[in-house]
Ligand binder design. Structure first.
Ligand code: EPU
Length: 336
């Protein structure tokens, strides 16, 4: 049975029935999709908690083509390209725009699924189209940015098109007229920066807080920042005036899950080799010999603690897989 440990950055010791490395999208036509399957890129947002009874399809087609438009550069990027390499390439080519998204682990094809975002910028801002293999029709299909229904760490690929669409190429439009996005705290100190300086600052912030999966196994933010009704946020702020919160829309605000976890005293907390990262409480790490049981106990403990203390339910952002496929841990009290 093929081993999955080196194919997901949380690195639990698991296997799968079969693995196929897809280097050309046409190979997808040969796959028997009536049997259980799971699509994987670099495995930086998926954790295999058990050995998977099905085929793991690793999307690894490479390449990037640049098309010049009057006001923008249109990049046609193959899904198997590494995201950070792409960001670096665009800077070398003097086509800035993606620098705030530097150092996000994973490949290009995975980026639209969770609409990757960091430091005031989201992938959705640049998406011209997402192309993929539609399992229902057996044909290649191109979706517009609107059809992708992007939201906060969300897209149509997690909902209506879940399990039906395999992303093989992403079209990104980078406006020639570049404006830095310095809205995020630590970037505000930059004075008329070049794209490279923004990139360097983002890399420095990330390296100071977020563990490198190649050194310390992790999947980035484990939970989403919860979006709550404004009156609930006001009640929390009355009790905890320093709690970070951000506007979402007229009815809702988003609160910092990392702050809630730290405030609950869980920063650095460990169950076996699974720990809450000591520099960023939203990140869970596997110190080496962590097990799925320890991880699930940790997720439940965090959800219970945050639910008890703040009345807030933390939804995990990371995709958890067991023998049969994806599952969700929803351990909280009904009032949360
Ligand atoms: N905070 C704490 N303690 C912690 C962690 C955070 O007090 O242990 C506070 C921070 O001081 C800050 C606030 O919470 O005031 C937000 O923290 P941070 O700026 O580190 O970002 P985040 O909300 O925890 C999100 C994304 C990250 C992204 C950063 C930067 C999600 C789920 N996560 O994290 O994305 O890099 O913003 O924009 O939205 C990822 O998705 O894997 C990821 C790393």
């Amino acid at each position: 049975m093929p081993a999955l440990q080196s194919h997901h950055t949380f690195a639990l010791d698991t296997h799968c029935d079969k693995m196929m490395i897809i280097t050309d999208p046409s190979e997808l036509k040969q796959v028997d999709f009536t049997q259980p399957f799971c699509v994987l890129g670099e495995g930086s947002n998926t954790i295999f908690t058990a050995s998977y009874h099905g085929t793991v399809l690793i999307i690894a087609n490479k390449g990037m083509r640049v098309e010049e438009r009057e006001q923008a550069w249109l990049l046609h990027c193959e899904a198997g390209e590494n995201w950070h390499d792409l960001v670096q390439k665009t800077l070398v080519l003097n086509m800035p725009g993606l620098e705030n998204l530097a150092l996000i682990p994973g490949n290009v094809g995975a980026a639209p699924v969770q609409n990757i975002g960091a430091y005031g910028v989201e992938l959705a801002q640049f998406v011209e189209y997402v192309e993929g293999f539609n399992l229902i029709t057996g044909k290649t299909q191109k979706l517009s940015s609107e059809q992708c229904e992007f939201g906060y760490r969300d897209s149509v690929f997690k909902h209506q098109l879940k399990g039906q669409f395999i992303i093989t190429r992403v079209g990104l439009s980078l406006p020639k007229l570049w404006q830095p996005n310095l809205s995020y705290g630590p970037l505000q100190q930059l004075d008329k920066p070049t794209p490279q300086q923004v990139f360097d600052a983002v890399v420095a912030v990330r390296q100071s807080k977020l563990p490198d999966p190649a050194v310390l196994a992790n999947c980035g933010s484990f939970f989403k920042n919860p979006i709550l009704p404004r009156d609930q946020v006001e009640q929390l702020l009355a009790l905890y005036p320093t709690m970070p919160s951000y506007d979402v829309d007229a009815e809702n605000k988003k609160v910092a899950a990392g702050w809630l976890i730290e405030r609950a005293g869980l920063k650095g907390f460990a169950i076996g080799d699974i720990a809450v990262h000591d520099k960023q409480a939203l990140v869970l790490v596997n110190r080496g010999q962590g097990t799925a049981q320890q991880l699930l106990a940790m997720v439940e403990h965090i959800q219970h603690t945050i639910s008890d203390k703040f009345g807030v339910y933390l939804e995990h952002e990371v995709r958890l897989m067991d023998e049969q496929g994806e599952f969700h841990v929803r351990s909280h009290h009904e009032s949360a």
